[in-house]
Design a binder for this molecule. Structure first.
Ligand code: PA5
Length: 447
């Protein structure tokens, strides 16, 4: 089976091969900490062997639940935020026809998202759209207590029950949450919803290969078995028994840390394919929440090229030299579009006639790489044979494994996110949530 391929040569200039290989021992230690469970956050390592541990029965249960919703619904709203949102969104966007929602016929329900913001207009417009639609809901929250999805679920549950009655609504709602804890678990058990469990030892941003990601992806009509098979490919390729120089997760983790130590504080994940926009959003959460702590960590940013070459391109080419790029380079497109000849050639484009659009894109990619490397921006490339479930599964596991190793090289706990609580405490205090009386008083005195 062909695999995604990591290329670090164009990053070697700012840092030498010796410097990257100088982190070999730290990467090996990180690998050992992951596999022996001896590092910080070792109660959140359930993702490590997840691909090979998912059983056929697990996948069948997810596919069956997905088929049930597919048969009842034209739209399924997936409610969740952060790790309970981004993985599914990333894979569905990468695999979908970009104009699917505007087509008249669909092979599977349109999957929409809610609870990933508290936008009143967003919720109004979504509810307005759903008034004359057959819709269902997948509500996802590991803690079962997160405010954003809880608000969206309260609204959409009420709407669904009004539109189809409580009994049918109960058949169209699936909850993915903790086995025992949290308000969502209590609610789901009381209402008798179908539920899937998120294991205690899998953190939100590492949960795309659990029902959190797999259920919405299956509902959208994509092959979750191929996705998991791809993750299995990388579980092997990034295994503890694979030497450093052949182990993409260790090499990527070491290269980005070497660049960070050399003053490259921002990593920009670049794509030349708009379908990967949300994959970058998933990646930003994975690395941002895992490494950004103790006043350390590479800042994960993302751009869509060539679109952003016309906005951020100037900064990347000539701004402060504190950045490096990691490019997601997709080899084969799914479709062919050839540039036509025009007898008048008023636009001067006949020199491109007969070429595929992707050939132009690939030359833009190569030209950009040369320009940015010349401009002092080190370049890591990840070659992806095509946008398929299998290669996306490979990419997901590769980034997860590298993230664990990279966090340990940095010497932080890659599996917690204590900083996420600060805004919540203030918000609850400002909203006078019961139990926050002292915080409410204190914060009001500061206003
Ligand atoms: O990575 C994380 O843990 C977070 O981003 C969570 O996924 C996010 O806050 C949502 O939490 P929950 O699934 O408990 O609603």
């Amino acid at each position: 089976m062909e695999k995604i391929n990591l290329v670090i040569e164009k990053a070697l200039g700012t840092v030498s091969r010796e410097t990257v290989f100088g982190l070999q021992d730290k990467a090996a230690k990180g690998m050992e900490q992951l596999h022996q469970g001896t590092g910080q956050g070792n109660d959140f390592l359930g993702w490590l062997n997840l691909p090979s541990e998912i059983s056929d029965a697990d996948l069948t249960e997810i596919e069956t639940a997905a088929r049930n919703l597919q048969s009842r619904c034209e739209i399924v709203v997936v409610i969740g935020i952060g790790g309970s949102y981004l993985g599914a969104k990333a894979v569905i966007e990468a695999m979908s026809n970009g104009f699917e929602h505007l087509r008249k016929q669909h092979n599977a329900p349109i999957v929409l998202f809610a609870g990933q913001n508290i936008g009143e207009d967003y919720l109004y417009e979504l509810q307005d759209l759903l008034t004359d639609k057959q819709f269902g809901i997948v509500v996802i929250s590991k803690s079962g207590t997160t405010t954003e999805p809880a608000i969206a679920f309260r609204l959409l549950k009420e709407q669904l029950e009004k539109q189809v009655g409580k009994e049918e609504a109960g058949c169209r709602i699936i909850a993915v949450t903790d086995a025992a804890k949290g308000a969502l678990r209590k609610l789901a058990d009381t209402e008798g919803y179908k539920t899937f469990v998120i294991a205690d030892n899998v953190g939100g941003r590492f949960s795309v290969l659990t029902p959190v990601g797999l259920l919405p992806i299956a509902i959208a009509g994509f092959d979750i078995r191929a996705l998991v098979a791809g993750a299995c490919d990388m579980q092997k390729a990034c295994g503890a028994d694979v030497p450093f120089e052949q182990n993409p997760a260790m090499l990527y983790a070491a290269t980005r840390n070497a660049l960070y130590q050399a003053g490259k504080k921002t990593e920009i994940l670049v794509n030349f394919n708009p379908k990967l926009h949300y994959f970058a959003e998933w990646w930003k959460q994975l690395y941002g929440e895992s490494e950004g702590k103790e006043h350390l960590g590479i800042f994960p940013a993302a751009v869509d090229f060539t679109t952003d070459l016309h906005s951020m391109g100037q900064w990347i080419q000539e701004g402060e030299r504190t950045i490096f790029e990691t490019v997601l380079s997709v080899k084969e497109m799914q479709h062919k579009v050839t540039i036509p000849t025009d007898s008048d050639n008023l636009d001067g484009l006949n020199y491109l006639a007969g070429k595929r659009v992707d050939e132009v894109n690939k030359m833009a990619e190569l030209g950009t790489q040369i320009a940015h490397v010349d401009g002092g921006v080190p370049n890591i490339k990840i070659e992806i044979p095509a946008l398929t479930e299998r290669y996306l599964g490979q990419l997901i596991y590769f980034f997860e494994k590298a993230c664990g190793i990279s966090g340990y090289i940095l010497d932080v706990n890659p599996f917690n996110q204590p900083g996420v609580e600060a805004y919540k405490r203030n918000m609850f205090a400002l909203l006078n949530k019961p139990g926050y009386e002292a915080e409410s008083k204190a914060i009001r005195e500061r206003l």
